[in-house]
Ligand binder design. Sequence first.
Ligand code: FES
Length: 112
Amino acid sequence: MPELHFHSAIGVIAVSAPAGTRLIDTVRTLSRDGDLPLAWRCAQGTCGACLIHIEHAGSGGTVMLGGMERNVLVRRGALPKDARREQPDTVATPRLACHVIVLHDLLVYIQK
Ligand code: FES
C-alpha cells in the first residue's frame, strides 16, 4: 500500500492509502480528524480548494493533467491562462487532490 507523507504548517503526518484511490479521500479523513489543515470543499474536482504539490520517486518527467483539473487550476490562478495540460511532474506544479490517483508513495505539500 502506498505511503503518503503530508507536509503542512502543523508538521508531517504519514499514512498509507490503498493504491488506486483518490488522494482527496485520504485528505478528507485526515482533515475531518483535525490532522491536516486543508479546507477541501467539493471533493468533486471543481472548486480548487484542495490545491497541493506532490513529489514522488518518479518525479522529473511530465504529467498530463485532465482537462477539468487544468481548467480549475487556471480559474484559481495557480496556472497561467495559456497553460498546457502537459506539465512538469515536479513539486513546483500545482495539483488538485481530487484529481490525483494514489499509485505510489507520495510526498504531499499542503498550501495555506
Ligand atoms: S475539494 Fe474541490 S476541487 Fe478538490
